[in-house]
Design a protein around this ligand. Structure first.
Ligand code: AGP
Length: 609
């Protein structure tokens, strides 16, 4: 995710403080950096593509004059990672500079409106429209202050944003506003600091004040004023004294990146619902025309593809073939051809097995489509069309938030394709789209209500010599992912199968007390699943079930159960149902004294074949 920092100093160089503070936000992931300051009533801007040290080497970020400024590290969502798209962005008159973290959903229509009003744009970003909106407001009401012009502008924005604005119009102020993307204020006797995250200014001050959703803050060297965007009512809030170490601050106070990222899923799932229609439509058009569709990935991303094969089949009647990337060339290298379409899924966009599969398919004239979390990654460069899942950087080696985002994007693609093919009624489409919008809240509920119960289950079974994960239908993909998490993070030997497969061999492993995790959405396979549970129970297994709230039948059959909100459609169920399995793996690892962030033998991105 992008990083923002701004400061108003009583004296000294704003640009060198911004430079140093942006370095402390590097962990958020980024591909370009920029700084703007105000001096002699002029905007001074330096920005470029690349890491902070590289850009500083080229441009010397510290020599911008002035005691007030804003800076930004960009994690590309709209527009490639190029200098022209890096922040700060300015208006036509070069009097207003804006930095932004988030996704503006309605930027296309606002951009057309502003272009019709004579505004010229130079970047492909959604952010640039904010600078022109503010300029437009000021030109319509010159007597309005900068804060009012920013207030009017953000009222028109739909989506997530944390912005900081400076301008020659009022060169002693920074105006910020927030909706969903994080924003915190720090201050001490030397000045005021605004940032995406506390680590940016923790070495300078431990006095922090969170800006909440729907608030605008007007900062000057003598103080600040917070007001509600909706009705301009003033807000007063006491600062908190932060007692985190800088290391803890990087994890927002969580002990590990993995648990931080599991908890980020409501936000990242909301961001994943704000993708650009254009790319989703384009990819679904290619899928619609395809003769053979291969879903190619590794590890967790492969499990997303496995789930997607059920989504595409059930919703769009499109047959797709999920294939392990490491096997693709052996299995399909000779048969893939000009009529084939490859949808490669890779959160890093750099996994060697996935990229070599893509290269092989490309050499045989297949169409390459990409789904990734990293804009500018190799996969984005080799894909005919790609879509960014917008999960923000994932530091933990275990894929958690990127998995649920991949599932959300794939579900959105399946929905679009089914609409294009007229395979489901408009009512069913609307129902599924509404349910997809409720998923972030469902995940929030699961984390807040079930985490303690899952901790107890982890404690109870931490010595188990083997775990089983079973599910039917699309829940088989969820079971495979739950198994991978427990294996890679807690080093517990685990098995996963479609529940119907157990009696074809694996059930011979069942002994008394062996934990068997069943994934039990109330879908078409619920009834058959009950008999699978009975089979395992009859052989002494300990039944741990992930059920919908109110599923009294399976609750009674279970030794332990975890509840997720009821009413989630089958094809969306892997998203909420996997969250308890992520937490189970995390808490078993803690019970075993392991560090979930750095599992042995594993790398976050496997760039070797
Ligand atoms: C998942 O927890 C692992 N870190 C691993 O299986 C990962 O999903 C796999 O290496 C694929 O990575 P990618 O999505 O970046 O291609």
């Amino acid at each position: 995710m992008c990083g923002i920092f701004g400061c108003i100093l009583k004296k000294g160089s704003a640009s060198s403080l911004i430079h140093a503070s942006l370095k402390r936000l590097e962990y958020r992931g980024y591909d370009s950096v920029g700084i703007a300051t105000l001096y002699n009533n002029q905007l001074q801007i330096k920005k470029g593509q690349g890491k902070i040290d590289e850009v500083h080497q080229r441009l010397n970020l510290d020599d911008l004059k002035g005691t007030i400024g804003i800076g930004h590290t960009r994690w590309a969502t709209h527009g490639a990672p190029l200098e022209i798209n890096s922040h700060p962005h300015i208006d036509c008159t070069n009097k207003i500079a804006v930095v932004h973290n988030g996704i503006i959903e309605n930027f296309s229509e606002l951009k057309s409106e502003l272009e019709n009003n004579g505004h010229n744009f130079i970047s492909k970003t959604d952010t640039e429209i904010i600078a022109h909106l503010i300029e437009d407001n000021i030109s319509k009401n010159p007597k309005k202050g900068l804060a009012d012009a920013v207030l009017e502008a953000v009222k028109r924005l739909e989506g997530s944003y944390a912005i900081a604005v400076i301008s020659t119009i009022e060169p002693d102020k920074i105006i910020c506003a927030r909706n969903e993307s994080p924003l915190v204020l720090g201050y001490n006797e030397k000045g005021y600091y605004i940032a995406s995250d506390i680590p940016a200014f923790l070495p300078i001050t431990n006095k922090a004040l969170v800006i909440k959703n729907g608030e605008l803050i007007n900062i000057s060297a003598s103080g600040y004023e917070i007001k509600k965007i909706v009705d301009s009512t003033l807000v007063s809030r006491e600062p908190k004294i932060i007692d985190w170490t800088p290391e803890m601050a990087l994890k927002k106070g969580y002990p590990h990146f993995m648990i931080k990222e599991i908890n980020e899923q409501p936000l990242t799932l909301r961001n994943t619902l704000r993708l650009q229609d254009h790319y989703l439509d384009l990819i679904s058009t290619f899928l619609d025309r395809a003769k053979d569709v291969f879903l190619v990935a590794c590890g967790t991303s492969y499990h997303a593809c496995l789930a997607a094969s059920y989504m595409f089949s059930k919703l769009a009647f499109l047959p797709t073939y999920p294939v392990y990337a490491s096997e693709f060339i052996e299995q399909h290298g000779k048969s893939v051809n000009i009529d084939s379409t490859i949808l490669a899924v890779s959160q890093s966009g750099e996994t060697a097995d996935t990229l070599s599969s893509v290269t092989c398919a490309q050499q045989r004239a297949a169409t390459i489509l990409g789904l990734t979390n990293v804009i500018g990654s190799t996969l984005t460069r080799v894909s005919r069309v790609y879509v960014g899942q917008q999960s923000g950087p994932e530091i933990g080696v275990a894929a958690t938030k990127t998995f649920t985002s991949e599932l959300s994007v794939l579900a959105q693609l399946a929905l679009r394709l089914s609409k294009k093919r007229g395979k489901v009624s408009q009512d069913e489409m609307d129902h599924l789209s509404e349910k997809l919008e409720t998923i972030p809240k469902n995940v929030e509920t699961i984390i807040s209500t079930q985490a303690n119960k899952i901790k107890k289950i982890a404690k109870k079974y931490k010595k188990a010599k083997i775990f089983f994960f079973l599910g039917r239908g699309i829940s088989a993909a969820t079971a495979y992912e739950g198994r991978l998490k427990l294996m890679e993070i807690a080093y517990v030997p685990s098995m996963a199968f479609p529940a119907g497969e157990s009696k074809h061999g694996p059930i011979s492993l069942i002994e008394s007390g062996i934990p068997v995790v069943f994934i039990c959405p109330k879908d078409g396979s619920h009834k058959t699943l009950i008999s699978n549970i009975m089979e395992m129970k009859a052989r002494g297994a300990s039944i741990i079930s992930v059920i919908e709230t109110g599923d009294e039948i399976i609750k009674k059959l279970s030794d332990d159960y975890i509840e997720v909100p009821a009413g989630i459609p089958e094809i969306l169920s892997p998203i909420p149902f996997v969250v308890p399995l992520q937490l189970l793996a995390y808490y078993v690892a803690l019970e075993k004294g392991l560090n979930p962030d750095t599992p042995r033998n594993l790398a976050k991105c496997v760039t070797v074949k």
